[in-house]
Design a protein around this ligand. Structure first.
Ligand code: HEM
Length: 201
């Protein structure tokens, strides 16, 4: 639970921040959304998230998970019975690895797949709950991730708070090289300058 829950959640946030720093216009749009919802309040809270008034926040995190699923090959599965898949006969007991990373970047499934474009998720109805097979960062079915709601609650709140309170810059060349492993991290640590933002109203 600790391994599955902590590594993945912070990695998602780190990839998301890296993409936002690479795309300042998208970061600005997200900050505007969050700051509008916060109004003159000192803190963004879980209640603000529950009101569903920050669709762009959700879209940004989804787009980050599409390009950078923290567990790109999900977890290994084993077939419980003989199966025919796309004409291939696969025997019971076969270990199956599912490449969610490649599915998320498949040009047959996604327009301009390499582009970080959160708008693609606005009004698309595509969720990561396991019904849209083109987007499966949490896996699918009975062995799918049981921590989705908790993970998204934590990441949305953390990102909203960062966007509310700070402006960010970096002097680093944002190198998006990945480390190999079951969980994939950004290879070069993200170094940013965070400047506190004070609401004018
Ligand atoms: C962004 C954050 C997270 C991502 C991307 C993620 C992703 C995944 C994936 C891909 C799997 C394998 C599913 C499959 O093979 O179909 C998994 C399994 C699992 N996750 Fe998560 N996870 C996240 C957060 C969490 C959190 C916060 C918890 C717990 C608090 C958690 C607990 C687990 C557990 C216990 C399993 C194993 C389930 C089983 O094998 O029956 N995960 N997760």
């Amino acid at each position: 639970m600790f391994g599955a829950g902590t590594d993945t959640t912070y990695t998602t946030l780190e990839w998301t921040m890296s993409e936002l720093l690479k795309h300042p216009k998208i970061m600005e749009k997200l900050q505007n959304e969050v700051r509008l919802v916060a109004g003159s309040k000192l803190e963004i809270t879980e209640e603000d998230l529950e009101k569903n008034e920050m669709p762009y926040l959700k879209a940004v995190i989804k787009e980050s998970l599409r390009l950078h699923p923290p567990l790109p090959l999900l977890l290994p599965r084993e077939l419980t019975h003989d199966t025919t898949l796309m004409g291939y006969e696969v025997a019971a007991g076969t270990r199956v690895m599912i490449n969610a990373w490649a599915i998320g970047r498949d040009p047959i499934l996604w327009e301009n797949p390499e582009e970080f474009h959160p708008e693609r998720f606005l009004d698309s109805g595509i969720e990561f709950k396991g019904f849209n097979f083109e987007f499966i960062p949490f896996g699918v079915g009975r062995r799918g991730c049981p921590g989705i709601t908790f993970a998204m609650g934590v990441d949305e709140l953390a990102l909203a708070k960062l966007m509310h309170k700070f402006n960010f810059t970096t002097k680093n060349f944002l190198d998006m090289t990945e480390t190999p492993g079951t969980a994939v991290h950004i290879k070069f640590p993200l170094l940013v300058t965070a400047v506190p933002h004070f609401a004018s109203n």
